[in-house]
Design a protein. Structure first.
Length: 150
């Protein structure tokens, strides 16, 4: 094609699974953000599902722990949005979320009686959250390496 210049993109074609994972994790992380907000705002209808001991436990969180919890949920939500926008900033956002979640989990399950207060279901759910967080870091890194995220 003489006389015509063609511009090539380094961005790879978006695989179908990125949209599925992006939308599912957007919903998943939005639920986490709602949980954070409902707890911090002490929404009566939401907090009614917890025992008095659990409420006392949540409301006694130190400020630094609440900050890490906020960082975990909001960076995860932003990471899901970045994934959908095919931005490589999803990688550090998911990594920040994972690290923040690890900090809160160590506090809750090593330095306090969080496992006792939350029960087996709370511990299992925390493990599920951690597994999802690790998988999101790995997935976003893989998509960035394949130049799907730019």
């Amino acid at each position: 094609m003489a006389g015509k210049t063609r511009i090539f993109s380094d961005r790879a074609t978006t695989p179908w699974h990125l949209w599925v994972i992006g939308f599912l994790t957007l919903i998943w992380n939005a639920v986490g953000a709602f949980d954070y907000l409902a707890t911090q705002l002490e929404l009566e209808a939401y907090m009614a599902a917890f025992t008095p001991e659990q409420l006392d436990y949540f409301y006694a969180f130190p400020s630094w722990l609440v900050a890490f919890w906020a960082l975990a949920v909001w960076s995860a939500l932003a990471g899901s949005l970045a994934l959908l926008f095919r931005s490589r900033v999803a990688v550090p956002l998911f990594l920040i979320s994972l690290i923040s979640m690890i900090v809160t989990s160590i506090h809750n399950f090593v330095f306090t009686n969080g496992a006792e207060v939350m029960g087996q279901g709370g511990v299992i759910f925390s493990i599920v959250i951690a597994v999802v967080a690790v998988l999101l870091v790995l997935y976003s890194r893989a998509m960035a390496a394949r130049h799907v995220l730019t």
